[in-house]
Ligand binder design. Structure first.
Ligand code: GLV
Ligand code: MN
Ligand code: MN
Length: 424
């Protein structure tokens, strides 16, 4: 069975209109979108999705954390479901495509299946996962991690937002505690596959003039905080040689993260990227020597060994800097995840589908994290990328051509139909 015979056209105008409607929630200056996890804006986006799912005739299930599943049954309602989606939360001042394309694309695919009466054997579910972005708590893919049974108690210890709110308290307010973290885990026998459409968030597809990325693996992050504690003191009276400046220590470590990751980027095996994306300075005033700094470190690679090596070197360097400056250092783990391989047979199906349709595609790894890396723990998972203009993401400048979003959605639809009809 080929793509052309199986797949009716999606409603391109509805897809782009709905994406635009979602992006107006949390829209700020210069087109920046902010819908942090569990914020009112994220909730409103999820409410709009529920409304559309109802209109589309989907059976809705919302779990305790707020993950939304909209289900369309096939001929065999007891068969495991093909689940497709992504997330609607964003970073601070992000773009309108990261996450939303995968949720609204999956919704459009399922609407098309229902309206055009495309025969399905297995059920299909559209999913919106809560809190995929780590921007609020330093903890990524929260909703999908709970569904995959991948949240560990120790992961929560240092998950605190900028206002001091603990992720653990938010979870408790929803009835999720240390001893029932596993209760949201989905029985793997109820899921046939997980499919996620997403913007590439990098420059490869545009540079190679390809329309689709077929993702083979996802580089999962290792994250930790480094806290330097020196001595806050008067900036006018304290002689230079008597200072214990925690910010200068932090500056040396930030530079080292860049240096060591550049070194590893040049290696043939095990490209590693590393970022210090957040820094707290105390007391943080112009006339006091910084007494305490807290750095958030994010290290990623497709190769677990290379990532572990770099994380180890960065921690060692932090201790060395502290020793040299006679200050103290603490390393607080946030989360350590392993790179994930996506399903070979689904990769093959995606490649074949692109070839049938004459779509130029690239087989590639993902440098960004995604809900698919959690879902891959309980089912076969696959991802479809569409090009990002100039490779920019997590920025208001994020842009993907509507034509490419439509093409990606059509490929998603084609894949959902094929997997739900048990071709693979
Ligand atoms: C998700 O967007 C990530 O930080 O990789
Ligand atoms: Mn995303
Ligand atoms: Mn993101």
């Amino acid at each position: 069975m080929t793509w052309a015979r199986m797949v009716p056209a999606i409603d391109r105008e509805r897809l782009i209109n709905d994406l635009n409607a979602i992006s107006r929630i949390g829209l700020g200056e210069h087109g920046a979108v902010t819908r942090l996890a569990f914020s009112i804006k994220e909730l409103r986006a999820r409410q709009l999705l529920i409304h559309w799912m109802r209109q589309a005739g989907l059976k809705i299930h919302i779990d305790r954390i707020g993950n939304i599943f909209g289900r369309l049954n096939g001929a065999n309602p007891k068969a495991p479901a093909v689940v497709a989606g992504s997330h609607l939360d964003t970073v601070i001042q992000g773009g309108k495509f990261d996450g939303a394309v995968g949720v609204i694309g999956a919704l459009e695919a399922v609407r098309t299946i229902r309206e055009k009466k495309v025969p399905l054997r297995s059920p299909v579910e559209v999913v919106c996962f809560v809190g995929e972005e780590s921007s609020r708590f330093g903890f990524s893919t929260l909703g999908s991690s709970l569904v995959a049974g991948e949240v560990k108690i120790e992961d929560l210890a240092n998950a605190v937002d900028a206002q001091g709110t603990k992720l653990e308290d938010i979870l408790a307010s929803m009835g999720i505690y240390r001893d029932n973290l596993a209760s949201l885990k989905r029985d793997h026998s109820t899921v046939r596959a997980y499919l996620e459409l997403h913007i590439e968030q990098g420059p490869i597809l545009e540079a190679k003039n390809k329309k689709i990325g077929v993702v083979t693996s996802i580089a999962a992050p290792t994250r930790f905080k480094v806290v330097f504690t020196g001595q806050a003191d008067h900036s006018g009276t304290t002689p230079m040689e008597m200072r214990k400046d925690a910010l200068v220590a932090a500056a040396h470590l930030i530079e080292y993260v860049e240096e060591i990751c550049r070194e590893f980027s040049r290696m043939e095996k095990g490209r590693v990227v590393g970022t210090v994306g957040a820094l707290k300075i105390e007391p943080g005033v112009i006339n006091a020597i910084p007494g305490r700094t807290e750095l958030s470190v994010d290290i990623r690679s497709i190769t677990a060994e290379a990532k572990e090596r770099v994380a180890h070197l960065v921690k060692e360097k932090a201790r060395e800097i502290a020793r040299q400056r006679d200050i103290t250092v603490d390393v607080l783990p946030i989360r350590e995840e392993l790179p994930v391989a996506l399903d070979d047979r689904l990769v093959l199906l995606l490649k074949r589908s692109c070839e049938e349709k004459g779509i130029p595609y690239e087989v590639m790894p993902s440098g960004a994290g995604h809900d698919a890396m959690q879902m891959a723990n309980i089912t076969r998972a696959a991802m479809i990328f569409v090009p990002s203009k100039r490779g920019i993401s997590h920025s208001p400048l994020e842009w993907t051509d509507p034509e490419d979003i439509c093409l990606g959605t059509e490929l998603l639809l084609n894949t959902i139909v094929r997997v739900a009809n048990e071709e693979v």
